[in-house]
Structures are given as C-alpha cells and as structure tokens.
Write a protein that binds this ligand. Structure first.
Ligand SMILES: [Ca+2]
Ligand SMILES: [Ca+2]
Length: 321
C-alpha cells in the first residue's frame, strides 16, 4: 500500500483566510482505476501555519503586486537588487510571480525594507512591522530557476547557494547610535560568508540545482542545527558591519526582532542560471502539528497535491508516488 507523508509546512502557501485545504490524489493517467484511500479515513482539514506577511503585513508575499516586495528591490538605492528585467507577471500556470534575471552574482530581493535613519518612518519597513525572530522561524520559497546546474559543473561555475540578510537596528551600523546596526548573515568558523545550498551537502556529488520547474525551498532560519544540515560549515549569524562577536545573535533568539530581511535567490548571474521566477514566499511560525499520513490502494502512479478546491483546482503538487 503506497503512503505519502504530508508535512504541515508544505501547505503554508494558503492564505489564513482559507481554512480548508484538501489533499487530493490525482491519477497520472486517466486509464487507471480509482484508488481507495484508507488514511485519512474521512476528509480532513489541514490548517496552514501562521505567516508573517499575512498576519503582520496583512498582505501575503504571493507576488500579485509590486508592493509585495520592499522598494529596495525596485529602486536604485543601495543595497541594489542587482536584478534586471524585474516585473510582476503571470506564468503559464496562472501563478502570479516576481520574475527577474540576476545581473550579477549578487542579485537579491528585499522582503522587508530596512528603516533609514533620519528619514520618515513610513511604509512597509521594519520599525513599523518588526519580525519576531523566535516566532517566525522557517522561510518557504516557491521558486523556479531557469537552468539546472549539475554537480559536475560546480567546479566550473561555483557552488550554487541562496543567501539571507537581516538586521536588528537598520542595516546602517553606527558604533554610538546603533551598535547592533548592520547586516547579519551566516558565516563559517573563520567568519567567511556561507550560503544555503539547494539540497543538504551530505552528498554533493549526487545533487544538482534544479532548473526549469518550481521547487518549494524550506529554510529553517531559526534552527542552527537545521541550517547546519544544509551546510555543515555554518557556525552562526554574524553582524558583518559591527564585526564584534558581542553583537552577534542568531535568528530565533528570545526577544530578538528583525527590522529588515533580504533574500538572494542564487549566487550566480543570469548568464549561467537564466531567469528566476518566485511564485510566493512565506515566513511561518511552525506549530506542533504531526505529519499527516496518506495511504491508498489501487491504480498505479498518482500525484499528491494540496488544493483549496475538491476538483484539484489551484493545486500544488507535493509528491509523485
Ligand atoms: Ca500580495
Ligand atoms: Ca503567486
């Protein structure tokens, strides 16, 4: 009897206003007989984890409008996005997406803009909408990168990684006025920046950076052990501007809030990776839900999808079994 495990965080794309989520088996071929589902025994509602953008900003990062992203993404102020062809668009599946091409190896998007000292504190900025880092501890990104990079290419083009940047007291460090100001990022034991690999590095020769289709990346930003499972070189989050270990603190430490958050989709230029499409980003507060087991008999190969409709509309494929 085939089984699939549906982890609650994989369903997190759904707005909180949509309470009911249906897990549906969709036959890979209509010629197969209908499956008999034994678990769950009856229809079950799966409630998504709380999402920062939905709950605090009151506007999900579903990329349906330019204001979903901080204006550092679109403007010319530093830090620049280093992205070209930036736009909100709709892909061939009907997903609303942020689409762009990394112009350099340092392309990024601003999810929450930093406050700027001395300027009016208005708009979607961290002083108005601070992120409680010990509550929102997992970042989910549904993203499609244009070109696959196979492990055999890593030595030629570099190891593809994602990267995150955040701040506690603006990104503008000042020893007197803002001693914890500056950008925090992940470093290794020698204080070198280290990125988040697209898969765990336990067997890098066996994985590639997927290209050409959407992948949901689940990043445990508030769990150092979870981050180290992705990249064992990660030691801590470091304030690179203060460069003083006393100011370093990990995302998720009690009482620590973030007043900006920036995401680099990949550390390679568009000439190597092609374009980047992001359907949505969710920064969620994990709850204590147990994984859901799905069991069935009959038929052959099915897609497991999460959908808000019983006819599989608006689906999100989780796994093919
Ligand atoms: Ca939105
Ligand atoms: Ca979208």
């Amino acid at each position: 009897m085939p089984t699939g495990r549906l982890f609650p965080h994989t369903a997190m794309r759904l707005p909180l206003s949509i309470a009911a989520t249906f897990v549906v088996l969709a036959a890979a071929s209509p010629a197969f007989s209908q499956p008999v589902i034994s678990s769950p025994a009856t229809a079950k509602t799966i409630v998504p984890w709380e999402d920062y953008a939905t709950s605090v900003l009151r506007d999900p990062w579903d990329m349906n409008q330019r204001t979903d992203l901080g204006w550092f993404t679109w403007g010319v102020d530093q830090p620049s996005s280093n992205m070209s062809s930036k736009r909100m668009t709709t892909d061939t599946f009907g997903n609303t997406t942020f689409s762009a091409v990394p112009a350099t190896s340092d392309g990024s998007i601003s999810l929450l803009d930093t406050p700027v000292p001395g300027k009016a504190q208005v708009g979607k900025i961290g002083t108005i909408y601070p992120i409680a880092t010990n509550k929102y501890t997992r970042l989910l990104v549904k993203m499609r990168i244009g070109n696959e990079i196979k492990s055999a290419q890593f030595s030629q083009v570099g190891l593809p990684v994602m990267q995150l940047y955040w701040s506690r007291s603006t990104i503008y460090y000042d020893q007197a006025a803002r001693p914890t100001g500056g950008t925090y990022l992940l470093v290794d034991a020698a204080d070198n920046q280290v990125g988040l690999t697209f898969s765990p590095q336990s067997a890098p020769s066996q994985w590639s950076m997927e290209g050409g289709h959407y992948v949901i990346y689940s990043i445990p930003i508030g769990d150092l052990a979870g981050l180290q499972a992705l990249n064992p070189n990660i030691v801590k989050w470091k304030n690179i501007n203060a460069n003083n270990p006393a100011t370093d603190v990990n995302w998720g430490a009690p009482g620590v809030t973030a007043d900006s958050l920036r995401f680099k989709p990949v550390n390679l230029p568009g000439s190597t990776v092609g374009g980047v499409d992001i359907d949505w980003v969710r920064l969620v507060a994990p709850a204590a839900d147990a994984p859901e087991t799905i069991s069935w008999s009959g038929g052959q190969t099915y897609d497991i999808v999460v959908s808000t409709a019983t006819d599989c509309g608006a689906k999100e494929r989780i796994k093919k079994i």
